[in-house]
Ligand binder design. Structure first.
Ligand SMILES: [Zn+2]
Length: 145
C-alpha cells in the first residue's frame, strides 16, 4: 500500500481512500484495458462501495496525471490502458476487447500534414477486428440467402 501512496503522490494526486482502492487494481504493473463500467464491477466485488461517476472521474484524474492512457474507441466509449508506453491496438467491438500491438509492428509509409494551425501530437492506430466464428456464421447466412 505504501508504494501506491508514493505512486499517487509522485503523480501529484492526494492518496484518498477511493484513489488507493482503484490504484491497487490498476497500478500493480499488469497491462490491462479497463472501462469505467468494468472497473466499477471489479471494485464492488472487492466489497468497496463506489459509484460509476466516481470511478470515471478517478480514471480521468489518473489519465491526466500520466498513470493511465485513454484509448478512445469511439466518441461515447473510452477504455483506459495501464500500459502508458507508446503502442497500438486491435479492437474487437463484439466483445469490447482491446489487444495490444507493439509500436514497432505498425509501420506507416506516410502521414498527411496536419491541418493549418495544428500539429500532430500522436498517431494511435486502432485496427477493428471481429471474432472468426462470427465470420463463418455470416458466410453461412450469406450462402443461404
Ligand atoms: Zn494497450
Amino acid at each position: 500500500m505504501s508504494t501506491l501512496i508514493a505512486k499517487l503522490r509522485e503523480a501529484g494526486l492526494r492518496p484518498t481512500r477511493q484513489r488507493l482502492a482503484l490504484a491497487a487494481l490498476l497500478l500493480d504493473g499488469r497491462h490491462r484495458h479497463v472501462s469505467a463500467d468494468s472497473l466499477t464491477r471489479e471494485i464492488l466485488a472487492t466489497g468497496e462501495q463506489m459509484a460509476l461517476g466516481t470511478v470515471y472521474n478517478t480514471l480521468n484524474q489518473f489519465t491526466e496525471a500520466g498513470l493511465l492512457r485513454r484509448v478512445t474507441v469511439h466518441n461515447e466509449h473510452s477504455v483506459f490502458d495501464t500500459n502508458t508506453d507508446h503502442h497500438h491496438h486491435f479492437y474487437d467491438s463484439e466483445n469490447d476487447q482491446l489487444f495490444d500491438i507493439p509500436a514497432g509492428l505498425v509501420q506507416l509509409a506516410g502521414l498527411p500534414d496536419a491541418p493549418d494551425g495544428h500539429s500532430i501530437d500522436a498517431v494511435n492506430v486502432l485496427i477493428h477486428i471481429s471474432p472468426e466464428a462470427d465470420r463463418a456464421a455470416e458466410d453461412r447466412a450469406a450462402e443461404s440467402d
